[in-house]
Design a protein around this ligand. Structure first.
Ligand SMILES: [Zn+2]
Length: 314
């Protein structure tokens, strides 16, 4: 932090990263005083962040589990401290290629977790659609095991024809087609929406293409906070009512959520963390929103879409 900037002035701004810092501090019960050396008691209580945090019901529309034994308890610990009732968890196979066996192992991780904690986790399965026959079998296995939606990764673009039979099944099941997506920031003043690292990563134009082909399918555009060009993403996706966006990701530029509200609107935005828990909550708290809009983003929008297939919380 810039030492010449007074602490009070710094906190009076509505910067999301500051709220994230405060939140983290509150949650860990470690005073900011310790970190900055110049904070007094009065300032630490000037905004009761935890009261605001706990005021809203929440479903995390973008959460993950990993292959480490302590990950479930960690997830639930964060969720408890932040008042997150349920987390939609997935474990896509994260390489840009993979085998069908990789897919099965990832899905088994999620199936075991939702069986252990059905009251806290909503399970999303993953597939690599180019394994056409196996994918449809795996889809059925996952649905039978209690999964509630689909999470695609970057092996195949969402508008690739190999996705058509999967999307048609998801339509029958009234499940969300949730995709890892990205559109890279440009260089030298150009916002190159094609500047992605992986050739088969879904960009806005791909999702728009498939959303037009299947208007009855609900798509979730992942993590506008993933470090890409969120302004471009919001502008590109604004006219497609069956595309929702989630706010997750570790990037928290101050105007991101305000910008999303302006272009996407308050009804098509889901709150999510993508494992950036404090930031995920604080960027919604610190955006320029009404109470009703916060309730929609934290909980209602996502729950309403889940309700279509009976996967909702209540
Ligand atoms: Zn993610």
């Amino acid at each position: 932090m810039n030492k010449s900037l007074s602490r009070r002035k710094f906190l009076s701004g509505t910067s999301m990263s500051v709220a994230g810092l405060m939140l983290e501090s509150n949650l860990r019960n470690v005073g900011l005083k310790k970190q900055t050396g110049n904070m007094d008691q009065e300032e630490s209580s000037s905004r009761d962040v935890m009261k605001e945090v706990m005021k809203y019901r929440k479903i995390d529309a973008h959460a993950h589990l990993y292959f480490s034994p302590d990950t479930i308890e960690e997830q639930l610990g964060f969720a408890d401290r932040l008042g997150i009732e349920k987390l939609s968890i997935s474990r896509p196979f994260t390489g840009d290629v993979g085998t069908h066996q990789d897919v099965i192992e990832c899905n088994n991780l999620i199936i075991n977790a939702i069986k252990k904690h059905p009251d806290r986790f909503i399970g999303f399965f993953t597939l690599i659609p180019t394994f056409a026959k196996e994918s449809l079998e795996e889809l059925k296995r996952c649905v039978d095991a209690g999964m509630s939606g689909y999470k695609g990764y970057l092996q195949v673009k969402v508008n690739d024809p190999s996705y058509y039979p999967i999307i048609e099944k998801l339509i029958d099941l009234k499940m969300i087609c949730f995709m890892h997506t990205y559109s890279g920031l440009g260089r030298g003043g150009y916002r190159t929406k094609y500047g992605n690292l992986y050739p088969n990563e879904t960009i806005p134009e791909d999702m728009i293409d498939i959303a037009k082909r299947y208007p009855e399918m609900t798509f979730q555009w992942a993590h506008i906070g993933a470090g890409g060009d969120w302004e471009y993403q919001c502008k590109a996706l604004k006219d497609y009512p069956n595309i929702y966006i989630d706010t997750s990701g570790s990037n928290n530029e101050a105007e991101m959520v305000n910008y999303a509200i302006k272009y996407i609107g308050e009804d098509r935005i889901f709150y999510g963390s993508d494992t950036s828990y404090y930031q995920g909550v604080s960027k919604i708290l610190d955006a320029d929103l009404t109470d009703a809009q916060r309730r929609k983003i934290f909980f209602e929008n996502y729950n309403n879409v889940l309700r279509k297939g009976g996967y909702n919380v209540d």
